[in-house]
Design a protein. Structure first.
Length: 140
């Protein structure tokens, strides 16, 4: 498994800057206190840091300093090292540097105070809305 290099991080940052420049322009005047994500890398971060996913709560919070420490430990690691990492989900180990890069990228751009890990992603929200609408419409 190939390790990400600093040169690749710079190239990916430049590409992402170009790709989302219009979106970032829209966010310039919006105060953002936190970065919230669900599933994927966010869920892997939660498992690594806490040993499990806390589905009994809606959101788990992580300080930026804790995220950056984890990022520093894993971003340039090889697959074998990641697989040895405590509580690393095996299925997430190959691509976690990419997810960490993107989270780190947005942290640097929007400067939130914390990272939130939500246990409800878009798909769950859509399903909930569909169920509510079905229930409303079935009463007519």
């Amino acid at each position: 498994e190939e390790v990400i290099t600093q040169k690749q991080i710079i190239a990916a940052s430049e590409y992402t800057d170009k790709t989302i420049s219009t979106f970032m322009d829209e966010l310039k005047n919006v105060p953002i206190d936190s970065l919230t994500g669900a599933s994927g890398t966010f869920e892997a971060i939660e498992k690594i840091l806490f040993g499990k996913t806390e589905y009994g709560i809606h959101v788990n919070n992580i300080s930026i300093s804790i995220f950056k420490k984890l990022y520093g430990e894993l971003i340039f690691s090889d697959l074998e090292s990641r697989l040895q990492y405590s509580n690393m989900p095996k299925e997430r180990a190959p691509l976690i540097p990419v997810g960490l890069f993107l989270i780190h990228y947005f942290i640097n751009k929007i400067n939130p105070k914390e990272v939130n890990i939500s246990h409800f992603a878009l798909k769950e929200g859509i399903l909930l809305e569909m169920l509510k609408n079905t229930h409303k419409n079935s009463g007519r």
